[in-house]
Design a protein around this ligand. Structure first.
Ligand code: AMP
Length: 280
């Protein structure tokens, strides 16, 4: 596995791969890798000829009071994990390479970016869309792999790709969970052992929603109420939102039906966690 830190050398490599006719699979990450990330890399390896993984903690998607500086970074471990799953190239550009001092162009996916997580993180998705498009221009991937864990992110990326005629195909992979159900996340490292136990209630609330739906309860306000009640049984959890939405528009749904997205976001101490399920 070759590691590139220079944008110039990386671009040369991509030109070479493109000329050889190989398909490129791309997995963008912020590092501090776990099984969730690896599942995307494995899929890219399976479906494309050449797998590029990027590690870049993107400053423009963090708010001024958010955790950009203390976001978990463990490059040595990440490199060895990427080697183990046989990524072909690891691209680790410095912030100064991706954002020159006079950087001033951003991609905004209107509407979708202001909902759900966008309410408490107003510039988050602008930062995400901008860096993803920049990476797409550098990596020129045939297929890019994203996790359902960040459901709103992937909906926004798909919209950007459609609106801007980007030719990369977007593939979404299921959420990888710990044995006890907690959705894997680099931010889980922030949790104390007590918070870690409390965090399980988020997935429990999503499972409750699904079982209510299966027992023929369809009313979204009723189900959200039950979810809220369950989560609030755990002291010290601040709910950011509990939402039941249409997965294309992210508009709140009155009723759960097939293909409804149920999401929850909450803070435990200083850690913000998100999780979701899709009703199939
Ligand atoms: P991040 O490093 O958090 O920006 O995540 C990089 C990619 O990995 C994104 O597409 C995430 O949605 C995906 N991802 C993160 N956690 C998980 C998980 N638990 N299961 C599946 N994909 C995940």
């Amino acid at each position: 596995m070759k590691i590139y830190r220079s944008v110039g050398l990386f671009k040369k490599k991509i030109d070479e791969i493109k000329k050889s006719g190989k398909t490129i699979g791309f997995v963008p990450t912020m590092g501090s890798l776990h099984e969730g990330h690896l599942s995307l890399i494995r899929k890219a390896k399976l479906e494309t000829d050449f797998c590029v993984v990027s590690i870049f903690v993107n400053p423009t998607q963090f708010g001024p009071k958010e955790d950009f500086k203390k976001y978990p970074r463990d490059l040595k471990k990440d490199i060895s994990m990427c080697r183990d799953v046989m990524a072909d190239v690891l691209f680790i550009p410095a912030v100064s390479m991706m954002y020159r001092d006079d950087f001033s162009t951003y991609v905004t996916v209107d509407g979708l970016s202001k909902k759900l997580c966008g309410i408490s993180r107003p510039y988050h998705f602008r930062g995400v869309a901008t860096i993803v498009l920049k990476f797409f221009n550098l990596v020129k991937p045939d297929v890019a792999y994203f996790g359902q864990k960040d459901a709103q992110q992937v909906i926004i990326i798909k919209k950007m790709v459609r609106d801007l005629d980007v030719s990369t195909k977007i593939k979404v992979m299921p959420i990888i969970r710990e044995k006890d159900g907690l959705a894997m996340s680099s931010r889980n490292k922030y949790l104390t052992s007590i918070e870690r136990k409390k965090a399980l209630v988020l997935y429990e609330s999503l499972k409750l929603a699904r079982s209510l739906y299966k027992s023929k309860e369809k009313k979204a306000f009723y189900i959200k109420g039950k979810m809220r009640k369950l989560i609030l049984k755990e002291k010290g959890i601040n709910i950011d939102y509990i939402s039941i939405v249409d997965p294309d528009s992210l508009n709140e749904a009155d009723k759960i039906g097939k293909n409804t997205l149920i999401l929850v976001a909450a803070r435990l101490g200083k850690t913000r966690l998100i999780d979701n399920i899709v009703i199939k």
